[in-house]
Design a protein around this ligand. Structure first.
Ligand code: SF4
Length: 245
């Protein structure tokens, strides 16, 4: 992930307001629409679903600024589209898996309805979220991938710890790790919340080009951590900076 840029929170708020101001739908319709950055089919690059054909619905906007973020292009812009239109577009790729991601998808009021409509269509639905927003009200058919922010992200204070109580057996927890200190932190969180017993997978993801995956594997083995090493498959196939793949 590339952006080490720190953007003041006030600027973030102004950008979000600007995105909302660009929309042409009345406020009441925002629960039936979302601002979309891109929709595309590829393979799932991460999680226990890695390698499975997947359509990504990437929504615009994020209220965090992780130092290693690899999707800063999704912070701004996008197009407000009605949920029915987004679902139709996502299903047109005919993949068994659809992931709603961002940015931070739970910032948008229309996202819960989008998730429900996708699940109604019979596909397996994932949502990847920073976990800064509450997850408990989401449709029970949706698999939540909760990214807990380690200190190296610069956003660790934004973790909403109460979300852990709402994780279910099919959900997954991901830690993106930029340093050995981040792994120490993740191991402590895993133990404190017995995460491996709560969810389908605990994912340890080294920041691409920053933390050596070989070192991470050796540490997982040495410490006997109940987790799986999560490499971003798409970056090995298409390169670290490719977008929309
Ligand atoms: S929460 Fe995700 S999209 Fe937002 S800054 Fe962090 S990595 Fe980027």
């Amino acid at each position: 992930m590339a952006s080490g840029e720190t953007i003041p929170r006030a600027a973030t708020v102004r950008a979000t307001q600007a995105t909302e101001a660009r929309t042409r739908l009345p406020i009441a319709d925002h629960r039936e629409s979302v601002v979309v950055h891109e929709i595309y089919a590829s393979i799932q690059g991460e999680s226990s679903w890695a390698g499975v054909p997947c359509t990504f619905v990437r929504l615009t906007g994020c209220n965090l600024r992780c130092h290693w973020c690899d999707t800063p292009a999704a912070f701004y812009g996008g197009q407000r589209r009605r949920i029915d239109d987004v679902v139709k577009d996502a299903l047109s790729h005919e993949t068994p898996l659809v992931e709603v991601t961002g940015g931070e998808p739970l910032l948008q009021r229309g996202t819960p309805l989008l998730l429900r409509r996708l699940a109604d269509a019979g596909v397996t639905v994932l949502i990847e979220t920073s976990g800064e927003r509450p997850i408990e009200a989401l449709d029970s058919r949706v698999i939540r991938i909760l990214d807990l922010k380690a200190p190296g992200s610069g956003e660790s204070a934004r973790n909403r710890w109460s979300n852990i109580d709402h994780l279910r057996p099919r959900d997954e927890v991901k830690f993106v790790l930029a340093s050995p200190e981040d792994l120490d932190w993740a191991a402590e969180v895993m133990a404190r919340f017995t995460l491996a017993k709560r969810v389908a997978a605990v994912l340890l993801s080294p920041v691409h080009g920053v933390l050596d995956p070989q070192w991470l594997v050796s540490e997982v083995l040495r410490r006997r951590l109940p987790a799986r090493v999560n490499l971003q498959l798409h970056k090995y196939i298409w390169g670290a900076t490719a977008e929309g793949v």
